[in-house]
Design a protein. Structure first.
Length: 165
């Protein structure tokens, strides 16, 4: 079955938006798992091997379980918890229901626009929360005695390893 031309034109940007949003959500999950490892699981002073094992364990948890741990441990405020829950609900919509609930998105201009706006908002909100959690983890680690120079050096090392430089 072939797509009509108008639908085919919308498919590429829609798939790019879905992919980018999922990418941003994964970054948020990764940052949240680091937050849990550092703030909830108290990784301080356990050594590199145990720290890596702890990180690997926490990284396997889905966003919902990470959020439950943060909430139970009371290391995040009500506002941040609410924002993370909102993103989790939107993430679940995207992963589990979006395709079913937006049938016809490629042929309906208004629905296409609505879905694109929703995806853009979710990607942006995920990015903002990733930055916020990352900054909070950094501040916590600095208060625990790690220098900002060390943190910057590790960030640069990771950026090179991931091909960002």
């Amino acid at each position: 079955m072939r797509l009509r031309e108008s639908a085919a034109v919308r498919l590429e940007p829609l798939m790019q938006a879905v992919g980018f949003t999922l990418w941003q959500l994964q970054e948020l999950e990764n940052t949240t798992s680091s937050y849990v490892a550092v703030r909830v699981r108290e990784a301080k002073g356990i050594g590199i091997e145990r720290g890596q094992a702890l990180s690997a364990e926490v990284e396997k948890l889905p966003l919902g379980k990470l959020l439950a741990e943060l909430t139970k441990a009371k290391v995040i405020g009500t506002e941040l918890s609410s924002e993370l829950r909102e993103v989790l609900e939107e993430r679940n919509w995207l992963v589990h229901r979006a395709r079913r609930e937006t049938r016809g998105v490629l042929s309906d201009e208004a629905l296409f626009s609505e879905v694109m706006t929703r995806l853009d908002h979710l990607a942006e909100h995920s990015l903002q929360l990733t930055k916020r959690l990352g900054n909070e983890v950094e501040e916590y680690v600095v208060r625990s005695g790690v220098s900002r120079d060390f943190i910057s050096g590790e960030a640069e090392r990771l950026a090179r390893a991931w091909g960002f430089e």
